[in-house]
Write a protein that binds this ligand. Structure first.
Ligand code: CU
Length: 68
């Protein structure tokens, strides 16, 4: 398995509470080692064995969307 970083844009985050929700949800995804979220840009950077579909569904389950 190789470690890599994937970048997404999350829509709908407005505060640090949103950042914490998204961070915690993505950290729960198997293989994820590190998560970095920027509330002002919506940037979500995920490091680890990145499973794209699992990350998208984790973000959606806490109420946000990933822009395509
Ligand atoms: Cu918020």
């Amino acid at each position: 398995m190789s470690t890599s970083t994937a970048s997404y844009t999350v829509v709908g985050m407005t505060c640090n509470g949103c950042v914490n929700k998204v961070t915690n949800a993505v950290m729960e995804v198997a293989g994820v080692e590190d998560v970095d979220v920027d509330v002002s840009t919506g940037a979500l950077d995920v490091t680890g064995e990145v499973n794209d579909a699992a990350i998208r569904s984790a973000v959606e389950q806490v109420g946000y969307k990933i822009a395509d």
